[in-house]
Structure formats: structure tokens, C-alpha cells
Design a protein around this ligand. Structure first.
Ligand SMILES: CCCCCCCCC/C=C/C(=O)SCCNC(=O)CCNC(=O)[C@H](O)C(C)(C)COP(=O)(O)OP(=O)(O)OC[C@H]1O[C@@H](n2cnc3c(N)ncnc32)[C@H](O)[C@@H]1OP(=O)(O)O
Ligand SMILES: NC(=O)C1=CN([C@@H]2O[C@H](COP(=O)(O)OP(=O)(O)OC[C@H]3O[C@@H](n4cnc5c(N)ncnc54)[C@H](OP(=O)(O)O)[C@@H]3O)[C@@H](O)[C@H]2O)C=CC1
Length: 293
């Protein structure tokens, strides 16, 4: 099987640095953003960058010490960060937090980033397992958006739903998650239509393989050593900073006509052989023969 490596000219330090900041300082001054899953990984990076660009950011997640860590990471010279601990699947908690955080400020940007799944082939996913993943990655997104709508409508805000690269195709081990994310994509396009007259824009950003600090070591090394070389034509993972910068761009005036879109930030992974997030894929020939008997 062919494996992918980064272009040699791009392997030097200049290309590797996480700092891809291209947006103007204080671009988002005076705006209020709500970010779910703010205590780690992509969500944490988004919070740090939005505050740096001058936004007031409200972060939501379950783990208080993780959210506190994000609060410590954000600078204090530009915007500001406060956080609420909540499970995004809990409608009552979401309603009360969104109202408290946004009654005065309204919402200019909502980032639905909280999400995740386990990896299993479809016949290893129980009804409850399927339901749990759809609850987190689809139903909770609708809940948060519904509660935020009245505050987004005040000044015409923007919604960014963090999706998964490959959402329009398939990837082994992700039937539940891709079903949920495909639902979010359909919802994104529909709300972009329904709410355009309110000035609300709705988009999906779909990272490819992101190896953030929050991943357990064994998963991080499996992604780095197997999934990226085998599945990402660009031969490199997607840095969290690239996702954060694009979220800020979409929220800025430069994004004012961008709505109903899916942007896959993935080094062409969605055009490649697909992700195989389970061991032993394709199955050994014996097991194919076995199943034909
Ligand atoms: C192509 C282009 C490139 C595409 C490039 C794309 C790259 C993809 C890489 C993606 C990376 C990420 O998303 S990074 C995000 C990493 N973080 C996470 O994924 C963590 C979040 N995950 C979770 O919290 C859990 O997995 C989740 C199920 C969603 C929610 O947990 P809950 O506490 O609600 O649920 P639980 O009570 O634990 O479990 C509910 C049911 O799920 C079952 N379940 C749980 N884990 C299971 C497992 N490993 N295998 C089978 N079944 C499992 C349980 O047995 C239960 O079913 P019963 O026994 O029947 O009751
Ligand atoms: N890493 C990757 O390769 C890719 C990730 N993605 C997606 O990007 C998003 C962020 O992932 P990433 O940063 O990598 O992973 P993380 O696991 O670091 O981030 C997920 C965040 O969601 C929060 N979260 C999970 N469940 C809930 C819940 N029920 N209520 C509130 N918050 C919740 C977690 O915090 P807490 O547990 O404290 O609640 C955590 O901060 C996810 O949707 C993920 O699926 C997409 C493509 C690739």
C-alpha cells in the first residue's frame, strides 16, 4: 500500500510551527462567542485565538479543571474568557447557560465543537451506543443552536459546526458518528436557508486527523504512525491552529457571504482511501470466506 509523506520542502521548521496567525489584531473586538467543548483540543485553541482577536468568549464543557486550564491559557490583554460547566445533551442546563451568558451580550458566533465517538464497525455498535453518539454529535447541536437562535438574531451572528472530514463519504468504524455529522450538515444547509433573512450564517468546518494534546498517547501514536501516512494525501495531520484561524475568518466581516458551506481542512483526506479507524481492515481473506459459507 502506498503511504503518504509531507513534501520535503515543507518539513522544515517554518512549515511546522503552529503559529499560522494571518488575521488582523482585534478583528473580533466587541463580539461575543460561545464555544462548546472549550476545555481541550480544538475547542481550547479556538477560545484562545478568539480572545486574542478581541472577542469575549463563553466556553462550555463538563470538566471544570479543563475549562480552568483554558482560562489560564487565554491572554488577558484583548478579549476575555469565562466558562460554564455543563453537559450539552442536557436541554435545561444549556438553556440556562446560554440565557445567562447572552442576555446582555447577544451572540455573534456560536461554535458547536463538543463531540466525539468510539471507533467500532457497525455490527459492534449497540442501539444504545448508536444513540449515545447521535445524542452528542447531532441532537445536542440542535439543542444548543435552538437556545442560541434568539441571541444570534440580534445582530446577525454566525454558527460554525465542527464536523468530521469524510462526512460525505464513509470511513470504517464511524457509522454512528458520520450518520450524526451528515445530519448536522443537512441541518446546516437548511438553517442557512431558513435564517438567512435574520442575518444568521451557518457553516460546517470539518477537520481531518487532528493530533491534539488531549488525545491519549496510544491513540495519538496510532494516528501519527498509521492513519496519517495511510489516509492523508498531504502526509500531515491538521494543526488545531488552522481550524481556529478559519473559525475566526468565518466570523469576521470577510465571511459575511459564506453560509451553508462545508469546508474540509484535511490535506485531501476526504478524497483519499478513507479512514479505517479499526484494526484489521479490510478483514483477512479467511474471514471473508468464512462469512460466505
Ligand atoms: C476520510 C477522511 C478522514 C477523516 C478524518 C477524521 C478523523 C477522525 C478522528 C476523530 C477524532 C475525534 O473525534 S477526537 C474526540 C475524542 N474524544 C472522544 O471521542 C471522547 C468522546 N466519546 C464519548 O464520550 C463516548 O464515546 C460517547 C459514547 C460518545 C458518549 O459517552 P456516554 O458516557 O454517553 O456513553 P457510555 O454510557 O459510556 O456508552 C454508551 C454506549 O456506547 C457503548 N460504547 C462505548 N464505547 C464503546 C466502544 N469502544 N465500542 C463499542 N461500544 C461502545 C457502551 O457500551 C454503551 O452501550 P450499551 O453497552 O449498549 O449500553
Ligand atoms: N481530533 C480529531 O482528529 C478530530 C476531531 N474532530 C471533532 O472536533 C471536535 C473536537 O475534538 P478534539 O478537540 O479533537 O477532541 P477533544 O476530546 O479534546 O474535545 C472534545 C471536547 O468536547 C467536550 N465534550 C464532550 N462531550 C461533551 C458533553 N456531553 N457536554 C459538553 N462537552 C462535551 C469535551 O470536554 P468534557 O469532556 O470536559 O465535557 C472536550 O473538551 C469533536 O467534535 C471531534 O469529534 C473532527 C475531526 C477530527
Amino acid at each position: 500500500m502506498r503511504t503518504y509523506r509531507p513534501h520535503p520542502q515543507q518539513s522544515g521548521r517554518a512549515w511546522e510551527v503552529a503559529d499560522v496567525k494571518v488575521l488582523q489584531p482585534l478583528l473580533l473586538a466587541g463580539t461575543h462567542a460561545v464555544v462548546t467543548g472549550a476545555g481541550s483540543g480544538i475547542g481550547q485553541e479556538i477560545c484562545v485565538r478568539l480572545v486574542e482577536l478581541g472577542a469575549t468568549v463563553t466556553g462550555i464543557g463538563r470538566n471544570e479543571s479543563a475549562l480552568q486550564r483554558t482560562a489560564e491559557l487565554v491572554g488577558s490583554e484583548q478579549g476575555s474568557f469565562r466558562w460554564f460547566s455543563a453537559d450539552v445533551r442536557d436541554c435545561a442546563q444549556v438553556r440556562s447557560i446560554i440565557s445567562e451568558a447572552s442576555a446582555e451580550l447577544g451572540i455573534d458566533l456560536l461554535v458547536n465543537n463538543a463531540g466525539g465517538q468510539f471507533y467500532a464497525e457497525a455490527d459492534q455498535i449497540s442501539d444504545n451506543g448508536f444513540r449515545a453518539v447521535v445524542d452528542l454529535n447531532l441532537n445536542a447541536v440542535f439543542t444548543v443552536i435552538s437556545e442560541a437562535k434568539q441571541f444570534l438574531a440580534r445582530r446577525g451572528g454566525s454558527i460554525v459546526n465542527i464536523s468530521l472530514s469524510g462526512v460525505e463519504r464513509g470511513s470504517v468504524g464511524l457509522a454512528h458518528s458520520l450518520a450524526a455529522r451528515a445530519g448536522v450538515l443537512a441541518m446546516t444547509k437548511t438553517l442557512a436557508l431558513e435564517w438567512a433573512h435574520l442575518g444568521i450564517r451557518v457553516n460546517c468546518l470539518a477537520p481531518g486527523v487532528v493530533i491534539s494534546d488531549s488525545l491519549p498517547d496510544d491513540i495519538a501514536s496510532s494516528l501519527r504512525d498509521h492513519v496519517v501516512p495511510e489516509s492523508v494525501p498531504a502526509g500531515r495531520p491538521t494543526p488545531t491552529a488552522d481550524v481556529a484561524e478559519f473559525v475566526a475568518f468565518i466570523a469576521s466581516p470577510a465571511g459575511r457571504m459564506i453560509t451553508g458551506q462545508l469546508l474540509q481542512i484535511d490535506g485531501a483526506a476526504h478524497l483519499g482511501r478513507g479512514l479505517h479507524m479499526v484494526d484489521e481492515w479490510p478483514p483477512a481473506e479467511e474471514s471473508c470466506d468464512e462469512s460466505r459459507r
